[in-house]
Structure formats: structure tokens, C-alpha cells
Design a protein around this ligand. Structure first.
Ligand SMILES: *Cc1c(COP(=O)(O)O)cnc(C)c1O
Ligand SMILES: [Zn+2]
Length: 413
């Protein structure tokens, strides 16, 4: 089932598999379309997957790349059972998909792997991106691994950790005075003037396909079964909608059985155009000006907003938003019950999971997967002030005194 064409999501006009992303007829977004899969043999597909590398390239049969390759690798991250968090939330079966365990510590290594492999096939020697932070890390790293020139455009108010963890790779790092939506507008203009592969602009149809591998892994790691419910964050809505597309593709070829999971989307209140549209029953998003600690999700004008709304509704899910304080609590809750330290985006996901549990939306016999997309060391500021280290002199007496003081305090509390 090799990819056949780029196809407009709205009017279905087809285009060759080039670096393009928008329909010339109706300005709708383009996506990769594959040949007829109805005659595929699921046993053979499964054998090919299981014989593949322990990376996202084990799903090459479902990706728009002729020569699967990446110098850095990505994917095959842990899916861990989270019984203590489940008990804390009062739900049955909970799994955490920990995509912080990627080479540059976020799920963006997946989308960049696919976009970059396709860009090389198309002959590009320079890659670029408009980033909310994690994409900058991934593009800079994968470009240096592949020996390509790169240009990375970021809003100038990004977390210091993400700036440092990008510049170190020797990319052309461009801090733009503005928010992500300004950066994106600038890059869209530049993509018309330079022969560069902007991974999330002119390469966006290929980039988006990379997110499917996260869902393929979840299904494979559950023994080729589907979860009942998925909780995932929404920035542009690409990840959220492509997770569902991946499950639908595997249902279609018979690699898994059952029905599409319920899809819960997670946003930060300070940037929640999709959650607001969901709450108001609209099928389009009103752009907002982001103001949240969840900078990796701070897209005020989400490209895939309408498709995310459609998915939430047709899967029986919802899209919820949580406050910055709830996000910080979510980060702490996940860390203290699972040993996984996530960035603000994962705090958003965990806080929405908690909200769903409190609202009674999650059935007792459901198998739930929460998608943790990034690493806590990239948003360290959120941990500051949440605890205090014991300060002692270097002798045993000092330790025992401090210990007793702590016990007394705990006893009184
Ligand atoms: C980019 C990103 C997302 C989601 O992005 P989409 O644009 O919705 O695909 C989620 N979490 C993290 C940490 C990210 O960097
Ligand atoms: Zn069209």
C-alpha cells in the first residue's frame, strides 16, 4: 500500500507527492493518501512489523517514505502500566505512553523523522521549521545527525532550556519577536521564497504522518489491541487527529479488531481555542492570543482545529481545558505516582485525565491510555518552589535532628 498522492481533505483533489500542503482549488489542507488496502493480509503485515527495527520505521508500510532512514532514530518508547495513578484517580486500567523517551525528549522526533526522510528523497539539503519549542530541538538535532543545514524559527519568549537544547546542535536559531502564530506566518511567507523543506509547512502532509506511529506502538504494545479511551494534548490538533487515523488504518486492514477509542483532547485554559469551540458547540475555532505556561501547546490558530472537534464528537469524547495551577499539579501528580517527570504539555494531559475521572466520564472497566509527549527537564521552572531540600551540616547528628524535626512537623500536620 504505497502512498499514492497528496489529497485535499476538503475537495479531494489529488496532487503528486511533492513538497506542497495546500489545495490550489479550495485552499484546504493536503494529506497523504494510500492505495486500496482491502486485499492486504493482516498476518503478513504483522510479521513485517515484528521483524522490523525497534524504532518508528517498523511501521514503514504505513508511512509516506520510500527509503526509511534516520541517523538519530526515534520511537518505540515505553508504554507503562500506571496502577498507582489509576488508584489515586479512582479509575480501572491506566497506561502511560511515555514519549519523553525519544532522542530529543518529545514526540516531535517522530514527525521530524518522517518529514526529514521525505525531504531528503525530494532532494532538499536545508530543512526548517516554525516551532513552539520541541520541534526546534528535534529539527536541529536530526539535521545535524543527517548533515543538513537547518533554520529554526522560535518565539523569543521560549523556555531557556528549550533554547539551549536547540542552539547546541549548531542550527541557525532565529528568535522572532512575536508569538508562535507570528512565527508561523513569517515562515509560511519564507517557504515561498527559499528552497527549504519547512517540516511543518510545505512538508506538513508527511510530518503529520509521523504522529501515527505513536498510536501504532500503543496498539502493538497492548498485544495488537486497542485501548477504550485515549487522552492526548492538542496544539495544532495534528497529533490528536493522526492518532485516530492510525487506529482507523489498522482497523481497516484487520491488524486490530473492535472500534475506534474515545478521544479526549487536552488544552491549557490560556490557549484553548479548540476546547472553547467544543464547549460552545461550534465546528470552527476562533483564534486566541496564547497566555499559558504550556508553551509547547500555545498555538492560537490551530490548523487542524475543525478536524479535532469532529474527532472528539464522533468518538464520544470531549475537549477540556485546565488552568496553569492544574497543569503544575498534574506534573507533580504524574511524577509522584509513576516516576515520570513531564513538561507542561504532559501536565495538561494529566490534569485533564484527572478532570475526566472526577467528572465520572471514565467507566470502571475501561482501558485508558494517556499520551505524555514531552520531558520535564525542558520546563524546569514549573518545579521551582514546589518543595524544599533539607539543609544540614555534614554530620550524622545534624541529619538525625533534621529528620526528627520533619517527623514532628508531619505529625502535627
Ligand atoms: C507539538 C506538541 C504537541 C502537539 O502538537 P500538535 O500540533 O497538536 O500536533 C503536544 N505535546 C508536545 C510536548 C508538543 O511539543
Ligand atoms: Zn481542495
Amino acid at each position: 500500500m504505497p502512498p499514492e498522492a497528496l489529497r485535499c481533505k476538503e475537495c479531494k483533489t489529488e496532487y503528486p507527492l511533492e513538497a506542497r500542503y495546500v489545495c490550489e482549488r479550495c485552499f484546504g489542507p493536503l494529506e497523504v493518501s494510500y492505495g486500496d488496502r482491502s486485499s492486504a493480509d493482516p498476518a503478513e503485515l504483522r510479521r513485517r512489523i515484528q521483524a522490523g527495527p525497534y524504532s518508528l520505521w517498523r511501521y514503514a508500510d504505513f508511512l509516506p517514505v520510500e527509503h526509511p532512514q534516520s541517523a538519530l532514530g526515534a520511537g518505540w518508547t515505553p508504554l507503562v502500566r500506571a496502577d498507582r495513578l489509576a488508584r489515586e484517580l479512582g479509575i480501572g486500567e491506566l497506561w502511560i505512553k511515555n514519549d519523553a523517551a525519544n532522542p530529543t525528549h518529545s514526540f516531535k522526533d517522530r514527525v521530524v523523522s518522517v518529514a526529514l526522510a521525505r525531504a531528503q528523497e525530494l532532494g532538499f539539503t536545508t530543512i526548517a521549521c516554525a516551532s513552539t519549542g520541541n520541534l526546534a530541538n528535534a529539527v536541529a538535532a536530526h539535521a545535524s545527525a543527517a548533515g543538513l543545514e537547518s533554520f529554526v524559527f522560535i518565539p523569543d519568549d521560549l523556555e531557556e532550556q528549550k533554547v539551549l537544547a536547540t542552539g547546541i546542535y549548531g542550527t541557525n536559531l532565529v528568535a522572532v519577536h512575536g508569538n508562535y502564530d507570528d512565527v508561523n506566518r513569517l515562515c509560511t511567507e519564507l517557504s515561498g521564497e527559499h528552497e527549504w523543506a519547512f517540516v511543518n509547512i510545505n512538508m506538513r502532509p508527511y510530518y503529520a504522518e509521523g504522529s501515527k506511529t505513536l498510536a501504532f506502538e500503543i496498539a502493538e504494545q497492548l498485544g495488537f489491541e486497542l485501548p477504550d479511551r485515549v487522552v492526548a494534548p492538542i496544539a495544532s490538533g495534528s497529533l490528536y487527529t493522526k492518532l485516530a487515523r492510525a487506529f482507523e488504518e489498522w482497523l481497516e486492514v484487520g491488524l486490530v479488531a473492535g472500534r475506534l477509542p474515545v478521544f479526549n483532547g487536552a488544552q491549557a485554559e490560556g490557549c484553548s481555542p479548540v476546547a472553547q469551540a467544543y464547549a460552545e458547540g461550534r465546528d470552527f475555532c476562533r483564534p486566541v492570543r496564547p497566555e499559558t505556561i504550556a508553551k509547547s501547546l500555545a498555538i492560537g490558530n490551530p490548523a487542524d482545529g475543525p478536524y479535532a472537534l469532529d474527532l472528539a464528537r464522533r468518538s464520544g469524547g470531549a475537549i477540556d481545558a485546565v488552568s496553569d495551577d492544574e497543569i503544575r499539579d498534574g506534573i507533580r501528580l504524574l511524577a509522584q505516582t509513576t516516576g515520570i517527570f513531564t513538561e507542561t504539555a504532559g501536565g495538561v494531559t494529566t490534569a485533564v485525565l484527572r478532570k475526566l475521572a472526577q467528572r465520572g466520564d471514565i467507566g470502571a472497566d475501561e482501558r485508558v491510555v494517556a499520551v505524555i509527549t514531552g520531558e520535564g527537564l525542558k520546563t524546569l521552572e514549573c518545579a521551582r518552589g514546589t518543595f524544599e531540600a533539607w539543609q544540614i551540616d555534614a554530620n550524622a547528628d545534624a541529619f538525625e535532628r533534621a529528620h526528627e524535626e520533619r517527623l514532628a512537623l508531619a505529625g502535627r500536620g
